[in-house]
Design a binder for this molecule. Sequence first.
Ligand SMILES: [Fe+2]
Ligand SMILES: [Fe+2]
Length: 278
Amino acid sequence: MSKPLYDALYHRLEKVRWNMSDVPFDQIDRSAVSDETIRSVQVNCLMELSSLYATRMFLRDFRSNPDFCQFQSIWYFEEMRHYLILREYLKHFDAEPNFESLDEYDTDLKEAPWPNTLAMHWCGELRLGRWYTHWSKEADEPILKLVYKLIADDEFRHAQAYEEFMQQALERDPSVLLAFANSTKWMLLNPDGDKHPTTFSEGSYDGKAVTDRIENYEMLRERIQTMVPAEAEISLEKRVLKTLSRLSGLELQTRSDLVRLTLDLQAQARAAEVKPAV
Ligand SMILES: [Fe+2]
Ligand SMILES: [Fe+2]
C-alpha cells in the first residue's frame, strides 16, 4: 500500500503559503485599473467561488479515498482564499459580488467516476495557472499583478498535488490509466481557449456550467481567446504529455499519441472483459 499523501502535502504546502496580510491593498494604484479589468476580476472571483461546489462533489465521489478527502481541506482552504483575495481587491472599487445573492451561482455537480474527475481537475489547474500567470504579466496595476501571481503559483502547486494522487492511483490500480488518458484527451482537444472544470456544462444536473451563471463570463472568455498566447496551450500540452509518458511508461509526444493510447487501452479493456470459453 502506498504512503498517504496528505501528510507530506500538508507540510510542503504550509512552508510556501502566503498570508493575506502580506498583500498591500492600501497601495492599489486606482489610476491603472480600467472598468474592463474590474469586470474581469469579478468573473475571476466568482469562478474561484466554484471550489465550494467542487468540494462537495470531491468529498462525495472520492469517499473511498480518505487520503484525498483529507487533502481537500487544504485545496478548499486555498481556493476559497483565491475567492477572498479577489473579493478584497474588488472592495477597493466598491465592486465585490453581492454577498446576499451568492446562492444564485450554486451548482450541483453530477456524480462522475473519480479517476476522470481527478485528471480533468489536474489539467484544469495547469491551464488556470497559465492563465493567471499571463494575467499577472499583463496587469498594469502592481497589486493586481501580485494577486494574480500568488493565485497562479497556488494553481500550479494544486496541479502537482493532483498529479501525485494520479500516480498513487496508478500504483494501486494500473487500469485507471484509461480514464486519465480519456479525460486529458478531452481537456486538450478543441480547448477553444476556455476548457476548465467550471465550463463543463454536462457536469451539472441542470446542464448549466458554473460559468453559464456568471455575468460577463463571455467577456472573460474573449479575453482568454484573444489575449492568452498560443504558447500557453502548447506548453500545457507538452506538460500533460510529458507527465502521462512518465506515469504510463510510454513515449507520448503528440495528441495523436494520446488518442492512440486511449484506443489501445480501450481495446485491452474489452479483451479483458471477454471470458474464455470453458
Ligand atoms: Fe483557484
Ligand atoms: Fe487550484
